[in-house]
Ligand binder design. Sequence first.
Ligand SMILES: *Cc1c(COP(=O)(O)O)cnc(C)c1O
Length: 384
Amino acid sequence: MYADIIRFVRDRFHTPDGETLPLHPPTFAGNEKKYLEECIDSTFVSSVGPFVNRFEKDIADYTGAAGAVVTVNGTSALHMALILSGVEPGDIVLSQALTFIATCNAIAYTGAEPVFIDVDPETMGMSANALSSWLEQNASKGSDDVCRDKLSGKRIKAAVVMHTFGHPARVDRLKEICDHWGIELIEDAAESIGSLYKGQHTGTFANIGALSFNGNKTITTGGGGMLLFRDPETAQRAKHLTTQAKVAHRWEFIHDSVGYNYRMPNINAALGCAQLENIDRFIESKRATAAVYKEYFANEPEGIRFMTEPAESRSNYWLCAVKLPDRTARDRFLTETNDNGVMTRPIWELMNRLPMWKNARTDSLTHTIELADTIVNIPSGVIL
Ligand SMILES: *Cc1c(COP(=O)(O)O)cnc(C)c1O
């Protein structure tokens, strides 16, 4: 049924028959080996070294953030973002059921409870309208200016929005709503390095944003993450907390609070510096593939639609996505493509369907459920 599509995708990626076409393999085409060798020759392979500082500066320059602080992965960046936003045990954090588990795990690490808000069918990120309605119905802001859940009396401290598959959420409106209610907005920009909303890099609208450089992301450090800040002072605090809260001294080991061993090693940052040198080429290639997919699916073969970048956005098209007519078609498409060596994947199981959050509060999740039933990611790697 999907033989034509399978042929088309294999041809686009020049994948010979019998070979498996991965979803998003990493691409190493620049100074990766050279920089790694420099690390080994210099013995600076761990959490101190020139590449770590350079990578932070390069990412700040690339994204336009006022400060950038490396972490060991995207999950730890999100955890740190929540800590720096003042999230404490017993708080509520608003987020999406449609996301990768890391978003929710980070919320759980702080002892806070997630509440899941519906996503926008176009961006697949948190819906500003849904957020606003949930707050109108459930929140109140007292004379102390603290936003509370009317039902439980708990503080609603933060909201984590995610830029799904690299497509920017409507983060300016989300920010306005959060500011109005006194809620800290955090951007999970793990998937959206290089994606712009109204010309501004995703992850720099909120006070804190988080990137990931896992092996399947647009650029990789093996494992790694980065915090983006609008305010250099918070960046300083983040650097302190991610390096065991150690007070600078020539030899004494003084730590002024409970810190975290979250700093990215130099060897990973070396990889990141080399990858970042090629990011424009990578994104150009990914966008060219997206344009080819868009044209191929323009007549909706087998009722399949291609998910294009939202209005006023420039997406990195981290993972290209198609929308099948229903769950039965989705499952058939997944079976047929994977059986024929073309790797495709559904959206993650929704967070409120996992055992840890099966009793979590949600709104109607209308669009979330619809997308979970019908969206499939198709091969999206860089072609050089
Ligand atoms: C990749 C990813 C992360 C972070 O993952 P790490 O593997 O810890 O770097 C967080 N959120 C989302 C939505 C992601 O896709």
